[in-house]
Design a protein. Structure first.
Length: 144
């Protein structure tokens, strides 16, 4: 792991925060847009993820401030697929990316001596991996 400065770490956390803000928008928008025979189940699935993503965003914003930074207010752009399957595929990619980013960020937190943050980021890896895996199961054998 390459050395990382506190400022670089804050920038990386802000990138993570932008992704979480985008995830909130993504789940909210997809819950409104999804159609087809599984709409009812998918609306519930998408809406159920919003509180987790909101908690992640709030944690990151608080940590950025605690480290001396300023939290971003700009979300990452959200893909706007129109089919339920494409929405799920976009969710899968976003959750997989989040798990990978938080794995790196946990290692960086450890290198900076931020043990509590490292543990919390590892918990977020578990959350994002769970979301990714649940989405993969929904997509398995999708025939629509």
């Amino acid at each position: 792991m390459a050395d990382i400065t506190k400022e670089q770490f804050i920038d990386a956390l802000n990138d993570d925060l932008a992704h979480e803000l985008g995830a909130i928008i993504q789940y909210l928008t997809y819950a409104a847009m999804v159609s087809g025979p599984y709409r009812g189940e998918l609306v519930k699935f998408f809406e159920a993820e919003i509180p987790d993503e909101t908690m992640h965003a709030q944690f990151l914003a608080n940590k950025i401030v605690a480290l001396g930074g300023h939290p971003t207010t700009t979300p990452k752009p959200v893909p706007t697929p129109t089919s339920a399957k494409a929405m799920l595929e976009a969710i899968y990619e976003a959750e997989d990316d989040a798990a990978k980013r938080y794995t790196v960020r946990a290692d960086q937190a450890e290198a900076l001596g931020e043990k509590g943050l490292q543990v919390r980021l590892e918990d977020m890896v578990a959350d994002e991996t769970g979301h990714r895996d649940e989405t993969a199961q929904i997509l398995r054998d999708w025939n629509l």
